[in-house]
Design a binder for this molecule. Structure first.
Ligand code: FES
Length: 129
């Protein structure tokens, strides 16, 4: 589907401003806790974790996104702080996917059923339409 282009590390973006849907505001926010858990899980790996404010998935947060090596970008929602290791494992799985598509087989359980969207890489064109 797409060719890989060289980027140094799989990336996980974690929204630190996400609240739990339908819950009153709390500090630290669940997104902040998710970011911290993901950073801990990524320690000692090649995965880079970047904090950001809002992935425009606020009603279905906490939210995170991942991309690697010119892959598609995957946005997940409905996460919680226990999902940090799954995000890191998923990013590593994505980095190893030659077609830039996150495989279902081997996908960490916490990421199944929580995919919000996948976004193609910049150079992607569907060739079989
Ligand atoms: S505040 Fe997290 S997606 Fe908007």
């Amino acid at each position: 589907m797409t060719s890989a282009s060289a980027t140094p590390a799989p990336l996980v973006y974690v929204c630190i401003t996400c609240r739990a849907a339908g819950e009153p505001d709390q500090q630290p926010r669940p997104g902040e806790l998710l970011a911290a858990a993901t950073e801990r899980a990524a320690a000692g790996t090649e995965v880079e974790v970047r904090r950001l404010r809002c992935l425009a998935n606020c009603t279905r947060g906490p939210s995170a996104a991942m991309r690697a090596n010119g892959s598609w970008t995957y946005v997940f929602g409905g996460l919680d702080p226990t999902c940090g290791e799954a995000l890191v494992a998923g990013a590593r799985l994505l980095a190893g996917a030659a077609d830039g598509i996150l495989p279902w087989r081997g996908r960490p359980e916490p990421l199944k059923g929580r995919l919000i969207a996948r976004v193609p890489p910049l150079d992607f064109t569907e060739t079989d339409l």
